[in-house]
Ligand binder design. Structure first.
Ligand SMILES: NC(=O)c1ccc[n+]([C@@H]2O[C@H](COP(=O)([O-])OP(=O)(O)OC[C@H]3O[C@@H](n4cnc5c(N)ncnc54)[C@H](OP(=O)(O)O)[C@@H]3O)[C@@H](O)[C@H]2O)c1
Length: 228
Protein backbone atom coordinates (compact mmCIF):
# COMPACT_ATOMS: atom_id res chain seq x y z
CA UNK A 1 0.00 0.00 0.00
CA UNK A 2 1.50 3.34 -1.00
CA UNK A 3 0.56 5.94 1.61
CA UNK A 4 0.20 9.57 0.64
CA UNK A 5 2.51 11.58 2.89
CA UNK A 6 1.03 12.57 6.22
CA UNK A 7 -1.19 9.57 6.88
CA UNK A 8 -0.58 7.90 10.24
CA UNK A 9 0.85 4.39 10.38
CA UNK A 10 -1.81 1.99 11.71
CA UNK A 11 -0.85 -1.03 13.81
CA UNK A 12 -3.62 -3.47 14.72
CA UNK A 13 -2.97 -4.86 18.21
CA UNK A 14 -4.94 -7.93 19.29
CA UNK A 15 -4.73 -10.99 21.51
CA UNK A 16 -6.13 -13.98 19.64
CA UNK A 17 -6.77 -17.59 20.54
CA UNK A 18 -5.14 -20.47 18.67
CA UNK A 19 -8.33 -20.75 16.62
CA UNK A 20 -8.31 -17.06 15.74
CA UNK A 21 -11.03 -15.83 18.13
CA UNK A 22 -10.79 -12.60 20.11
CA UNK A 23 -13.80 -13.16 22.34
CA UNK A 24 -15.65 -16.17 23.82
CA UNK A 25 -18.75 -17.54 22.02
CA UNK A 26 -21.08 -15.45 24.22
CA UNK A 27 -19.07 -12.27 23.52
CA UNK A 28 -17.57 -9.95 26.08
CA UNK A 29 -14.06 -9.99 27.47
CA UNK A 30 -12.16 -13.25 26.95
CA UNK A 31 -9.33 -12.41 29.39
CA UNK A 32 -7.14 -13.98 26.73
CA UNK A 33 -3.76 -12.43 27.36
CA UNK A 34 -1.46 -12.98 30.32
CA UNK A 35 1.42 -10.89 31.66
CA UNK A 36 3.45 -11.17 28.44
CA UNK A 37 0.58 -9.91 26.33
CA UNK A 38 -0.06 -7.08 28.76
CA UNK A 39 3.57 -6.01 28.41
CA UNK A 40 3.53 -5.93 24.59
CA UNK A 41 0.18 -4.15 24.62
CA UNK A 42 1.68 -1.44 26.84
CA UNK A 43 4.75 -1.29 24.58
CA UNK A 44 2.44 -0.69 21.62
CA UNK A 45 0.66 2.07 23.56
CA UNK A 46 4.02 3.65 24.40
CA UNK A 47 4.93 3.53 20.69
CA UNK A 48 1.65 5.15 19.66
CA UNK A 49 0.56 8.78 19.57
CA UNK A 50 -3.07 7.62 19.72
CA UNK A 51 -5.17 4.49 19.77
CA UNK A 52 -8.44 3.68 18.01
CA UNK A 53 -11.06 1.79 20.02
CA UNK A 54 -14.29 0.32 18.64
CA UNK A 55 -17.31 1.66 20.51
CA UNK A 56 -18.63 -1.82 21.26
CA UNK A 57 -15.37 -2.87 22.90
CA UNK A 58 -15.57 0.20 25.11
CA UNK A 59 -19.25 -0.38 25.97
CA UNK A 60 -18.44 -4.00 26.94
CA UNK A 61 -15.19 -3.39 28.83
CA UNK A 62 -15.97 0.03 30.32
CA UNK A 63 -12.33 1.11 30.28
CA UNK A 64 -9.34 1.06 27.98
CA UNK A 65 -5.84 -0.20 28.75
CA UNK A 66 -3.43 2.30 30.34
CA UNK A 67 0.36 2.24 30.35
CA UNK A 68 1.40 1.31 33.90
CA UNK A 69 4.93 -0.15 33.49
CA UNK A 70 7.34 2.27 35.25
CA UNK A 71 10.10 1.88 32.63
CA UNK A 72 7.71 2.80 29.81
CA UNK A 73 6.32 5.77 31.77
CA UNK A 74 9.89 6.94 32.52
CA UNK A 75 10.83 6.69 28.87
CA UNK A 76 7.77 8.70 27.82
CA UNK A 77 8.67 11.36 30.39
CA UNK A 78 12.27 11.51 29.11
CA UNK A 79 10.98 11.91 25.55
CA UNK A 80 8.67 14.71 26.69
CA UNK A 81 5.64 12.76 25.51
CA UNK A 82 2.26 12.35 27.11
CA UNK A 83 1.91 9.49 29.64
CA UNK A 84 -0.91 7.90 27.63
CA UNK A 85 -1.76 7.98 23.92
CA UNK A 86 -4.87 9.88 22.91
CA UNK A 87 -7.86 7.50 23.14
CA UNK A 88 -9.99 7.83 19.99
CA UNK A 89 -13.36 6.06 20.14
CA UNK A 90 -14.81 5.06 16.75
CA UNK A 91 -18.60 5.06 16.51
CA UNK A 92 -21.38 5.49 13.97
CA UNK A 93 -24.07 6.39 16.48
CA UNK A 94 -21.90 8.23 18.99
CA UNK A 95 -23.76 6.69 21.94
CA UNK A 96 -21.34 6.09 24.78
CA UNK A 97 -22.90 5.92 28.25
CA UNK A 98 -21.38 8.80 30.26
CA UNK A 99 -21.20 6.62 33.37
CA UNK A 100 -18.53 4.39 31.78
CA UNK A 101 -15.35 4.42 33.94
CA UNK A 102 -13.50 5.26 30.69
CA UNK A 103 -14.61 8.86 31.18
CA UNK A 104 -12.76 9.00 34.49
CA UNK A 105 -9.50 7.50 33.18
CA UNK A 106 -6.54 9.92 32.96
CA UNK A 107 -6.70 10.26 29.19
CA UNK A 108 -7.26 12.71 26.39
CA UNK A 109 -10.46 11.44 24.68
CA UNK A 110 -11.49 12.04 21.08
CA UNK A 111 -14.57 10.75 19.27
CA UNK A 112 -14.48 9.75 15.60
CA UNK A 113 -18.11 9.62 14.55
CA UNK A 114 -19.96 9.14 11.25
CA UNK A 115 -21.66 12.52 11.47
CA UNK A 116 -20.03 15.23 13.50
CA UNK A 117 -22.61 16.46 16.04
CA UNK A 118 -23.18 20.19 16.49
CA UNK A 119 -22.12 19.94 20.14
CA UNK A 120 -19.24 17.65 21.18
CA UNK A 121 -20.67 14.87 23.38
CA UNK A 122 -19.85 15.23 27.07
CA UNK A 123 -16.60 13.60 28.13
CA UNK A 124 -14.74 14.06 24.85
CA UNK A 125 -12.04 16.67 24.29
CA UNK A 126 -12.48 16.65 20.51
CA UNK A 127 -14.99 15.27 17.99
CA UNK A 128 -14.04 14.47 14.41
CA UNK A 129 -16.09 13.35 11.40
CA UNK A 130 -15.58 9.95 9.81
CA UNK A 131 -16.97 10.28 6.27
CA UNK A 132 -14.59 7.51 5.15
CA UNK A 133 -11.26 6.19 6.37
CA UNK A 134 -8.93 8.03 3.96
CA UNK A 135 -10.48 11.38 4.92
CA UNK A 136 -10.54 10.59 8.62
CA UNK A 137 -6.95 9.36 8.67
CA UNK A 138 -5.77 12.38 6.68
CA UNK A 139 -7.37 14.55 9.34
CA UNK A 140 -5.61 12.63 12.12
CA UNK A 141 -2.34 13.09 10.21
CA UNK A 142 -2.94 16.85 9.95
CA UNK A 143 -3.45 16.89 13.73
CA UNK A 144 0.06 15.50 14.12
CA UNK A 145 -0.64 11.81 14.75
CA UNK A 146 2.01 9.61 13.12
CA UNK A 147 1.54 6.29 14.92
CA UNK A 148 -1.83 4.81 15.79
CA UNK A 149 -2.50 1.54 17.63
CA UNK A 150 -5.83 -0.02 16.64
CA UNK A 151 -7.14 -1.88 19.69
CA UNK A 152 -10.12 -3.66 18.07
CA UNK A 153 -12.63 -5.16 18.23
CA UNK A 154 -13.37 -7.20 15.18
CA UNK A 155 -15.80 -4.79 13.51
CA UNK A 156 -13.30 -1.95 13.65
CA UNK A 157 -10.48 -4.23 12.42
CA UNK A 158 -12.66 -5.45 9.55
CA UNK A 159 -13.62 -1.93 8.53
CA UNK A 160 -9.97 -0.87 8.34
CA UNK A 161 -8.82 -4.04 6.56
CA UNK A 162 -11.56 -3.80 3.96
CA UNK A 163 -10.54 -0.17 3.37
CA UNK A 164 -6.93 -1.39 3.03
CA UNK A 165 -5.75 0.98 5.77
CA UNK A 166 -3.81 -1.33 8.11
CA UNK A 167 -0.01 -1.18 7.83
CA UNK A 168 0.93 -3.58 10.58
CA UNK A 169 -0.51 -6.50 12.57
CA UNK A 170 0.62 -7.17 16.13
CA UNK A 171 -0.97 -10.40 17.26
CA UNK A 172 -0.42 -12.21 20.53
CA UNK A 173 -1.24 -15.84 19.97
CA UNK A 174 -2.66 -17.16 23.25
CA UNK A 175 -2.79 -20.86 24.20
CA UNK A 176 -6.59 -21.17 24.30
CA UNK A 177 -9.26 -22.56 21.98
CA UNK A 178 -12.44 -20.49 22.25
CA UNK A 179 -14.68 -21.66 19.39
CA UNK A 180 -17.77 -19.63 18.52
CA UNK A 181 -18.20 -16.94 15.93
CA UNK A 182 -15.94 -14.13 17.18
CA UNK A 183 -13.09 -14.46 14.70
CA UNK A 184 -10.68 -11.52 14.72
CA UNK A 185 -11.39 -11.10 11.01
CA UNK A 186 -15.12 -11.80 10.75
CA UNK A 187 -16.51 -13.95 7.92
CA UNK A 188 -17.54 -11.95 4.89
CA UNK A 189 -14.76 -9.42 5.34
CA UNK A 190 -12.86 -9.37 2.07
CA UNK A 191 -9.36 -8.31 3.01
CA UNK A 192 -7.43 -7.04 -0.03
CA UNK A 193 -6.44 -10.23 -1.84
CA UNK A 194 -3.08 -8.90 -2.98
CA UNK A 195 -2.00 -8.04 0.55
CA UNK A 196 1.16 -9.84 1.61
CA UNK A 197 2.49 -9.57 5.13
CA UNK A 198 6.14 -9.76 6.11
CA UNK A 199 7.15 -11.06 9.54
CA UNK A 200 9.06 -8.32 11.41
CA UNK A 201 9.21 -9.77 14.89
CA UNK A 202 8.40 -12.91 16.80
CA UNK A 203 8.87 -13.19 20.52
CA UNK A 204 8.21 -15.88 23.09
CA UNK A 205 6.28 -14.00 25.78
CA UNK A 206 6.24 -16.88 28.26
CA UNK A 207 3.13 -18.62 29.52
CA UNK A 208 2.67 -20.20 26.10
CA UNK A 209 2.11 -16.83 24.40
CA UNK A 210 3.77 -15.83 21.14
CA UNK A 211 4.03 -12.30 19.74
CA UNK A 212 3.83 -12.08 15.95
CA UNK A 213 4.34 -8.72 14.25
CA UNK A 214 3.82 -8.36 10.51
CA UNK A 215 3.96 -5.35 8.18
CA UNK A 216 2.46 -4.92 4.75
CA UNK A 217 5.01 -5.92 2.15
CA UNK A 218 4.99 -2.55 0.39
CA UNK A 219 5.06 -0.49 3.59
CA UNK A 220 8.75 -0.54 4.48
CA UNK A 221 9.61 -0.69 8.14
CA UNK A 222 7.24 2.02 9.30
CA UNK A 223 7.87 4.85 11.71
CA UNK A 224 10.40 3.44 14.13
CA UNK A 225 10.27 4.36 17.77
CA UNK A 226 11.74 2.21 20.48
CA UNK A 227 9.04 0.89 22.77
CA UNK A 228 10.47 -2.33 24.13
N1 LIG B 1 -8.78 -10.04 22.12
C1 LIG B 1 -8.58 -8.76 21.90
O1 LIG B 1 -7.44 -8.29 21.78
C2 LIG B 1 -9.76 -7.85 21.82
C3 LIG B 1 -9.56 -6.49 21.56
C4 LIG B 1 -10.68 -5.66 21.45
C5 LIG B 1 -11.95 -6.20 21.58
N2 LIG B 1 -12.10 -7.52 21.84
C6 LIG B 1 -13.47 -8.10 21.94
O2 LIG B 1 -14.17 -7.76 20.77
C7 LIG B 1 -15.57 -7.66 21.07
C8 LIG B 1 -16.09 -6.33 20.53
O3 LIG B 1 -15.82 -6.30 19.15
P1 LIG B 1 -16.96 -5.96 18.11
O4 LIG B 1 -16.49 -6.42 16.79
O5 LIG B 1 -18.26 -6.47 18.61
O6 LIG B 1 -17.06 -4.38 18.22
P2 LIG B 1 -16.00 -3.18 18.03
O7 LIG B 1 -15.21 -3.36 16.78
O8 LIG B 1 -15.27 -2.97 19.29
O9 LIG B 1 -16.99 -1.95 17.88
C9 LIG B 1 -17.96 -1.93 16.86
C10 LIG B 1 -18.54 -0.54 16.82
O10 LIG B 1 -17.51 0.37 16.42
C11 LIG B 1 -18.09 1.37 15.60
N3 LIG B 1 -17.50 1.23 14.26
C12 LIG B 1 -16.82 0.19 13.76
N4 LIG B 1 -16.44 0.46 12.49
C13 LIG B 1 -16.87 1.70 12.21
C14 LIG B 1 -16.77 2.56 11.10
N5 LIG B 1 -16.14 2.18 9.97
N6 LIG B 1 -17.35 3.77 11.16
C15 LIG B 1 -17.95 4.17 12.29
N7 LIG B 1 -18.08 3.41 13.39
C16 LIG B 1 -17.55 2.20 13.34
C17 LIG B 1 -19.58 1.15 15.63
O11 LIG B 1 -20.02 1.85 16.80
P3 LIG B 1 -21.51 2.28 17.18
O12 LIG B 1 -22.22 1.00 17.51
O13 LIG B 1 -21.35 3.16 18.38
O14 LIG B 1 -22.10 3.01 16.02
C18 LIG B 1 -19.66 -0.36 15.82
O15 LIG B 1 -20.89 -0.81 16.34
C19 LIG B 1 -15.70 -7.74 22.58
O16 LIG B 1 -16.11 -9.05 22.90
C20 LIG B 1 -14.28 -7.51 23.07
O17 LIG B 1 -14.03 -8.17 24.27
C21 LIG B 1 -11.05 -8.36 21.96
Amino acid sequence: MQEPPGLPWLRLVLAVSLDGRLAPPEGGAAQLGGAGDRRVLEEALAWADACLIGAETLRRHGTTCLIRAPDLLNRLACQGRSRQPVAIVVSRRGLLPPELPFFRQPLERWLLVAEEPAEPPAGFDRTLALPDWPAALAQLGRLGLERVAVLGGAALARSLLVADRLDELQLTLCPRLLGGSHLWLPPGASAPAAAAWVLREHRNLGGGELLLRYVRESCGSGPERSSS
